[in-house]
Design a binder for this molecule. Structure first.
Ligand SMILES: Nc1ncnc2c1ncn2[C@@H]1O[C@H](COP(=O)(O)OP(=O)(O)O)[C@@H](O)[C@H]1O
Ligand SMILES: CC(=O)N[C@@H](CCC(=O)OP(=O)(O)O)C(=O)O
Length: 280
């Protein structure tokens, strides 16, 4: 077996020298994680960066898997503005699916690539505190505080935190949080160098039915107008809320790219290629 690095891998090593110690917060959507080929490809690229000294925090979704398991329990998934309506029973399914299955699968995959990954949820060590976001959504949380102790401990020990989007409060309640929004809050709290959202689409379209209408860059004003004009719907809404949170508060590189395409993560984070949609 050829174990010498390829020309591409050599370029990654050269480019990564200046990025050693940087913090990259990556959010990966459930649409990618339920596919073994995409999961493996994504974890492999993240592992390459980890082994070159970049500090990565991975926050994952798993919405489609939650839908599948809900249906097995004869519960039909319901959403409001891209957020799952989460009653008590649904909350149990969210925990089971998101943390019991998706989070575990990701850790198993990192183990293949020799990465010291640690699975946790926002509940662990009170990392993500929340309260009720909207009575209509049930146990969906609105993040009130990010406690960085555990994440910092892990990063300092060269562990890679893999975080499922559950949160807690001081009364011992558990909340379901959209993973895009949790990822953005963690990127802000850690003052990450880069924030990347991986999904199953190339980025943000002006008109989702027209694949020539992809935005290479989009401003907060364009986002606001597009939301008012119903150009962005369903799962795109929390992504836009997440990116807006970031751009409103910090100057951070913030991009939505297609995680299905091989090397897209490296092209974006290491080679600064303008793929997908950059939020400006
Ligand atoms: N204007 C738009 N541009 C891109 N995607 C859009 C747009 N409007 C709605 N969407 C929807 O948002 C989805 C991405 O959100 P979601 O399914 O939650 O992904 P993930 O599982 O990666 O978080 C796309 O698959 C698409 O159906
Ligand atoms: C409140 C809310 O909607 N939570 C999400 C959490 C998972 C998620 O965000 O998954 P994706 O990234 O795959 O969409 C849900 O229950 O589907």
């Amino acid at each position: 077996m050829n174990t010498y690095p390829s020309a591409y891998e050599k370029n990654i090593i050269i480019k990564s020298k200046d990025l050693k110690g940087n913090i990259f917060v990556i959010k990966c959507g459930g649409s990618l994680l339920s596919n073994k080929i995409y999961l493996d490809q994504i974890i492999k690229e993240i592992s390459q960066m980890y082994h070159l000294g970049i500090k990565i925090i991975l926050i994952h979704g798993g919405g489609n898997e939650i839908n599948d398991i809900s249906k097995k329990f004869h519960i039909s998934p319901k959403f409001l503005n891209g957020q799952r309506i989460t009653d008590k029973e649904t909350m149990e399914i969210v925990q089971l699916s998101l943390h019991g299955k998706t989070n575990r699968n990701i850790i198993s995959c990192f183990n293949k690539y020799n990465v010291n990954s640690v699975g946790m949820s926002g509940q662990d060590s009170n990392t993500i505190e929340a309260n009720i976001r909207d009575e209509k959504l049930g146990y969906v949380g609105n993040i009130t505080h990010v406690n960085l102790n555990l994440i910092e401990h892990l990063l300092n020990g060269n562990y890679l935190p893999v975080i499922s989007s559950l949160a807690t409060d001081k009364q011992g309640n558990t909340y379901n949080i959209n993973a895009d929004i949790m990822a953005a809050e963690i990127a802000l709290a850690t003052s990450a160098d880069k924030f990347l959202i991986l999904s199953d689409i190339d980025g943000i379209y002006d008109d989702f039915s027209n694949k020539n209408s992809l935005y290479n860059e989009i401003s907060l004003n364009q986002i606001k107008k597009g939301v008012d004009d119903n150009k962005f719907t369903n799962g795109m809404l929390p992504k836009l809320e997440a990116c807006s949170l970031i751009i409103n508060k910090k100057k951070m590189n913030c991009q939505i790219i297609n995680g299905k395409i091989k090397n897209n993560i490296l092209e974006s984070l290491i080679f600064n290629k303008s793929i997908g949609t950059k939020i400006i």
